[in-house]
Design a protein around this ligand. Structure first.
Ligand SMILES: [Zn+2]
Length: 138
């Protein structure tokens, strides 16, 4: 019964000492924040690891391959959305150096590359429209 008595005492003491309790609570809150921060850090490391793996393009399993494909898809979608932003802003991206140039510009102001066509299809797209490809080569 010694343990039970001790436990009872502890509960009683915590109840008595309110300031200590507040201190404990804020201590716990701080620890939880620290834990969250560490978890975020770990997640970032996981991401770095995954990114390194993706960039090496070495999938060990089908699951990883599926993840690579999902990333490809998302990257392609982001690329499209970025192009949409450029279109809305009235600018386009230089196909040579990637600089933002006016939609009306014929030549890139950064590298001097001739820009006659707005590239609306993502280079990541697996099925590029033939029309766009023809326009690009002319
Ligand atoms: Zn350029």
């Amino acid at each position: 019964m010694a343990l039970f008595e001790k436990l009872g005492d502890t509960i009683l003491n915590v109840g008595k000492d309110v300031s200590q309790k507040v201190k404990d609570v804020s201590g716990i809150t701080k620890l939880r924040i620290d834990i969250r921060a560490k978890e975020d850090f770990i997640n970032k490391q996981y991401m770095e690891l995954g990114k390194a793996c993706y960039e090496r393009r070495q999938s060990e399993t089908e699951e990883e391959e599926a993840i690579f494909e999902r990333i490809d898809e998302a990257v392609s979608e982001i690329h499209k959305m970025e192009l949409q932003i450029l279109e809305l802003k009235g600018t386009k991206k230089c196909p040579s150096c990637g600089a933002e140039v006016s939609d009306l510009a014929e030549y890139c102001s950064v590298c001097g590359e001739k820009i006659s066509v707005v590239v609306s299809d993502s280079p990541y797209e697996e099925t590029p429209s033939e029309e766009a490809e023809e326009q690009e080569t002319t």
